[in-house]
Design a protein around this ligand. Structure first.
Ligand code: GLU
Length: 496
């Protein structure tokens, strides 16, 4: 059997979109599963819209996701001569022809067809020009496009789509389509096929939005004497209102970069995107790389569109909740060293990175990440909700203050008094601290929860968290005492 070869051919006109990333991932999975090759080919023929920045962004996005390729990046513009040469070959072999119809003529015909409620397609005026007629028009300097000569046949033309099954179109609906513009530039439709032939592509997994091209492309393969690859068209990704997700209507949440910047673990995003349009046929939702490569089948790509479940407004669920939950799963189960590595840039960005986290405070740092990750959803949470672990400069959750501090005005005196008692607490461990807190609560005739919750609000700024006795132990005596003394009066001043 010949080598399985797939490609990811993005047009570099923007950032890497999650829909594009999903396409890349499916092609990559198939290539990996069949010991094949994945080729990265940048389709940069649209010079006006292609940018260097976009190329860089796409490559960085793929690298961040861990989607590796075996060949490329190749650039479509490098092969411009080949595209022209293919058109010439099609002309030479009578598979294409020069069409001198002007825009005005075509518009008039289109309008007439529209009025007569006939199909709007090219009527083949230039299809049977004699070589002399063509030469004459060329000599007169008339501009022309090159059209593909669609064979006139009875019945239907079609192909077996790996996802959608048999796709057919009546031959009568086919027209002689343009493959080279009047400025001599081959159309994308043709370039794409020429490149796929050169790159010996065997399978094409792409969005259903490209299906309008597929049958015409299959005709081009045939005309160039090449075997068409296997096609698999994936469903589109729609929002809850069934609109295609796009930057214009959904903003940055459609960019892979957004997930990187919002504390996603790369593989968690891959895992989520794969499930957006593919299902393993079981309830399994979490897949290691090896498991996914093993489980992936083109035939299990969904036929119907996938829904990106996102509602604007909830800051906790800033994207599809399933994506966040999958990310949280990885955050809580990956090795703590890996989490530390992934979290580091967020600490740096928040200005709370300490080189000692990789030195003498390493063990402490890992312990804190491990203690806190259970409640967190993204890597950013360590530096927002978890900020008080690493800095005295943290914010108080207003709900925590309202519920657990302001309700008991006496805390203004109690907490600093407790700080004095804690100063003499030895050894400083969770067990002892629990006893001290319970004794103190009894001495002021309150439930322990009143004291414990208030301390959590003051010392961590939060309403919830790990066991407070352990928090105190791990944060250390100095920090806890200092905060009880200094933050308590400030909090009551804030109340006014
Ligand atoms: N360059 C096209 C795109 O970015 C890909 C077309 C194809 O997969 O054939 O949508």
């Amino acid at each position: 059997m010949s080598e399985v070869r797939l490609r990811f051919p993005p047009s570099p006109t923007g950032y890497l979109h999650i829909g594009g990333a999903r396409t890349a991932i499916y092609n990559w999975l198939y290539a990996r599963k069949h010991n094949g090759k994945l080729i990265l080919r940048i389709e940069d023929t649209d010079a006006e819209r292609s940018t260097e920045e976009s190329i860089k962004g796409i490559i960085e996005g793929l690298e961040w996701l861990g989607i590796d390729w075996d060949e490329g990046p190749y650039f479509q513009t490098q092969y411009a001569d080949e595209h022209v040469e293919a058109a010439r070959k099609l002309l030479e072999t009578g598979k294409a022809y020069k069409c001198f119809c002007t825009k005005e003529e075509l518009d008039a015909k289109r309008e007439a067809a529209l009025k007569a409620k006939q199909d709007i397609k090219y009527d083949g005026t230039c299809r049977n020009l004699t070589p002399e007629q063509v030469a004459e028009k060329e000599a007169a300097g008339l501009p022309y496009v090159i059209r593909f000569k669609t064979p006139h046949r009875e019945g239907v033309i079609g192909y077996d789509d790996k996802v959608l099954g048999r796709i057919e179109k009546p031959w009568s609906a086919m027209e002689d389509f343009v493959i080279v513009r009047s400025n001599g530039k081959p159309l994308y439709l043709l370039c794409n096929v020429v490149d796929d032939i050169r790159d010996r592509i065997t399978h094409i997994i792409r969005g259903q939005d490209h299906m309008t091209n597929t049958i015409r492309q299959i005709l081009i393969y045939e005309a160039l004497g090449a075997k068409a690859p296997v096609f698999a068209h994936m469903p589109l990704t729609l929002d809850l209102k069934k609109a295609k997700i796009s930057k214009r209507s959904h903003g940055e949440i459609v960019a892979v970069q957004f997930y990187r910047d919002h504390g996603f673990i790369p593989w968690a995003l891959v895992n989520f995107l794969v499930l957006l349009g593919w299902s393993p046929g079981t309830d399994q939702e979490i897949f290691s790389k090896e498991e996914l490569i093993e489980a992936f089948e083109i035939e299990r790509i969904n036929k119907s569109n996938s829904i990106f479940n996102y509602r604007k407004g909830d800051p906790k669920f800033f994207t599809d909740p399933k994506a966040i939950n999958i990310n949280a799963h990885y955050l809580r189960t990956m090795s703590i060293e890996e989490i530390a590595e992934l979290a580091r840039p967020f600490f740096e960005r928040a200005g709370i990175w300490d080189t000692a986290f990789e030195g003498e405070r390493r063990e402490w740092f890992l312990k804190v990440l491990d203690m806190t990750r259970e409640r967190f959803h993204t890597l950013v949470d360590f530096t927002t909700e978890g900020r008080a672990w690493f800095s005295d400069d943290y914010e108080f959750d207003p709900k925590a203050l309202k519920k657990n501090v302001y309700k008991h005005g006496e805390l203004r005196e109690w907490l600093p008094a407790l700080a004095d008692i804690l100063e003499g607490t030895e050894p400083w461990n969770a067990e002892n601290l629990e006893q001290v807190l319970r004794d103190y609560a009894a001495s002021v005739d309150r439930k322990p929860g009143v004291i414990i919750n208030a301390m959590r609000a003051v010392i961590t700024g939060q309403i919830k968290g790990p066991s407070m006795f352990e928090v105190l132990e791990v944060l250390g005596k100095d920090v806890c005492i200092r905060r009880l003394r200094e933050k308590t009066p400030k909090i009551f001043e804030m109340k006014g």
